[in-house]
Write a protein that binds this ligand. Structure first.
Ligand code: TYD
Length: 213
């Protein structure tokens, strides 16, 4: 079996976690070994960088570099070995989040992010130009005002969760632009629907692409 790389995106409050878990169970039931992981994070070093990125104030370039530094470690230590073994890798957020949050949300230079993406996602296992990209990205698209209602009072917000709604409107715009640039890679799911309907759409989309029997 060849490896499969799926990523999951959306603004804070879009409700991706339960569906990632459910999809992992569906892959296991189909006989696949699943590597379930997240960004920023997924290795001891990247988890330390996550704590810094989600709590310490820093300028947008520093933030982007921390995200990509964590990603490089995670890609080399966890994602690439898992794909080489033939695992289904389910990763809660990846580079689209950097384009959406640091690019869209913070307004940071997209050309610099693209350069960082090329450096960080170049892996020896792939033929030149050898850029690792997800096979599929599920985007849980939710209106920022609905997300804000869902998040209200849920827990102590981190640095990103405490951003105003306008920030998340720009993050959503960042995701939309990434999808427009590479529509085949994306499955957009309307996350305002009931949890059951969202799960139906996630499953149906993954199956329609032949990734799950
Ligand atoms: P999230 O994935 O929502 O985890 P949890 O559900 O545990 O809060 O949190 C990660 C946060 O980091 C989220 O607010 C988005 C942000 N983020 C970026 O700003 N840039 C990135 O490149 C990534 C991967 C995440």
């Amino acid at each position: 079996m060849s490896g499969l790389f799926l990523t999951f995106e959306g603004i804070d409050g879009a409700g991706k976690s339960t569906h990632i878990e459910a999809l992992a169970a569906a892959f296991r039931a189909a006989g696949r070994t699943v590597t379930l992981t997240r960004e920023p994070g997924g290795t001891p070093l990247a988890e330390k960088l996550r704590t810094l990125a989600l709590n310490d104030p820093m300028d947008a370039l520093t933030e982007a570099l921390v995200m990509f530094a964590a990603r490089r470690d995670h890609l080399l230590q966890v994602i690439e070995p898992a794909l080489a073994r033939g695992d289904a890798v389910l990763c809660d957020r990846f580079t689209d989040a950097t384009f959406a949050y640091q690019g869209g949300g913070r307004g940071f230079d997209l050309a610099v992010l693209s350069q960082l993406e090329r450096w960080v996602q170049s892996v020896p296992a792939l033929p030149a130009p050898g850029l690792r990209q997800p096979d599929l990205t599920v985007w849980f698209d939710l209106d920022p005002s609905v997300a804000a209602q869902r998040l209200a009072g849920a827990r102590v917000p981190d640095k990103f969760e405490s951003q105003p709604q306008e920030f998340f409107a720009r993050v959503s715009g960042g995701y939309a632009a990434r999808m427009q640039a590479d529509p085949k890679r994306f499955l957009r799911v309307d996350a305002e629907q009931s949890r059951q309907q969202v799960w139906h759409d996630v499953q149906a989309g993954v199956r329609a692409r032949g990734l799950l029997p």
